[in-house]
Design a protein around this ligand. Structure first.
Ligand code: GLY
Ligand code: MN
Ligand code: MN
Length: 433
């Protein structure tokens, strides 16, 4: 868990970066209505949570570096006993200060009157425009309100800066406690994967394996960090297959891509295994190529390496492996073809991982892939997908394999958070036996 000291440290760091004279505005995620009295499950905005850990909607965090009466200000709902009868306890204005380290708190219902006054005299406004249209509109109205007072000496902000760059660069480097939450998230997801492996046999359905995953997640107070993918046979070749509606057949593989979200931190794990517990020769051949590619890519997760290095390492192995199996090289063509592998491995090997499964943070600096640094977390997930109608030896058709782990860059090289989940052919066959 992230403690209040760490939330406060993040706010201080951000305020130092934006400097005196700035104002930072970060809204909580809105509640989204599904139908009449039913809401979609609430998930706090990652940016907002990162800076204060406050759990409710109808809240806005305002950072005002250098403000004498207090730099961290929260607008939130006032406690309302009638509402609490229906929805449970609310934090309220007082506890926003005592429990969440705010210097000042105001009722959310008064924000239109108070925020323009706080904004007056601030030179730069840091806000992520273009995410929540309704909130964008309100920010513009607050600026307009200060403008209307210019005749009376009011000074509206002159510079409007996207908050994303600074805030997301902070989020890219994970602290010790963030890595602890991510590790827990990976452990929980790993348990779900092992549960699904053990429950799998011919005739079981994709949705029953989905249920095994969800059982493990919920039993540890976690949720899925994205819609789980459970694809048997050629369904594994549909990269975003989420229908999970079919029975699993003897002789096929099943690909499961499922991660948990624990304490607002995501894991993202993929394993591919035989429905009946034993790989066929063709399946094993492809599996070994993907596994070797993944191991080479993980080994490339080193501080100082380009963030492109894991992908380059995976491509090298897959290019060679597919050629050796006669998938990219027809009879009489011995040389691995340059880009031919792309037909079977059409996605990137890695993305940043954190509070969001495809986490924030730039991949390039000045047009070049950035270097991996200690504390960054990323997935390593090469795959090979051979469509059922591909013009390759028949035994390979309809095979889709991806292996995905969650890796943190440490001084001593890669630390794999998801290492507890069976991955080699022998490990998988023994878990399923
Ligand atoms: N589960 C989404 C991904 O692997 O990127
Ligand atoms: Mn995944
Ligand atoms: Mn992923």
């Amino acid at each position: 868990m992230i403690n209040q000291k760490e939330f406060a440290r993040r706010r201080r760091q951000l305020m130092r970066t934006v400097g005196e004279g700035a104002m930072v505005v970060v809204p909580a995620a809105p509640v989204r209505q599904r139908n009449s009295d039913v809401e979609y499950p609430y998930r706090q905005s990652s940016d907002f949570h990162y800076l204060c850990g406050f759990p409710e909607p109808d809240a806005v965090l305002v950072l005002i570096p250098g403000r004498a009466q207090g730099e961290s200000v929260l607008f939130c709902r006032e406690k309302d006993p009638e509402r609490e009868t229906w929805d449970g306890p609310m934090v309220g204005l007082e506890d926003a200060c005592s429990e969440f380290g705010m210097d000042d708190s105001f009722p959310y219902s008064d924000i239109d009157d108070i925020l323009p006054n706080l904004m007056e005299g601030r030179e730069r406004l840091y806000y992520s425009l273009g995410r929540e249209k309704d909130f964008d509109q309100r920010v513009l109205e607050w600026v307009a309100k200060v403008r209307q007072q210019v005749g009376k000496g009011a000074r509206p902000p002159e510079e409007f800066v996207s908050l994303d760059h600074h805030l997301h660069d902070m989020r890219l480097y994970k602290s010790r406690s963030e890595i602890a939450s991510m590790s827990r998230s990976a452990k929980i997801a790993g348990e779900g994967h092992l549960r699904a492996m053990r429950a799998c046999r011919p005739g079981v359905t994709e949705y029953e394996l989905t249920a095994e995953l969800l059982f493990s997640f919920h039993r540890h107070q976690a949720q899925p960090s994205y819609q789980p993918i459970v694809g048997g046979g050629a369904n594994a070749c549909v990269l975003h297959y989420i229908r999970n509606s079919e029975p699993l057949n003897d002789g096929d593989l099943v690909l499961i891509d499922a991660g948990a979200e624990y304490d607002h931190y995501a894991s993202d794990i993929t394993r591919t295994f035989p429905v009946n517990g034993r790989f066929t020769t063709a399946q094993r051949d492809i599996y070994q190529v993907v596994l070797e590619a993944q191991e080479a890519a993980i080994a490339a997760v080193q501080p100082g390496n380009s963030c492109q290095a894991p992908h380059d390492a995976a491509v090298k192995v897959i290019r060679k492996g597919l050629a050796a199996l006669g998938i990219t090289t027809g009879r009489g063509r011995k040389k691995p073809e340059g880009e031919a592998y792309r037909k079977y491995f059409m996605h990137k090997t890695s993305h940043w991982l954190g509070m969001d499964v495809h986490d924030v943070g730039d991949y390039q600096i000045d047009g070049h892939p950035r270097e991996l640094e200690v504390g960054m977390a990323l997935t390593v997930e090469p795959g090979v997908y051979i469509q059922p109608d591909a013009r390759v030896p028949k035994a390979f058709r309809g095979i889709g394999i991806r292996i995905e782990d969650d890796v943190v860059v440490t001084r001593n090289g890669p630390r794999v958070l998801s290492s507890g989940v069976a991955k080699t052919v022998d490990e998988i066959e023994s878990v399923m036996a």
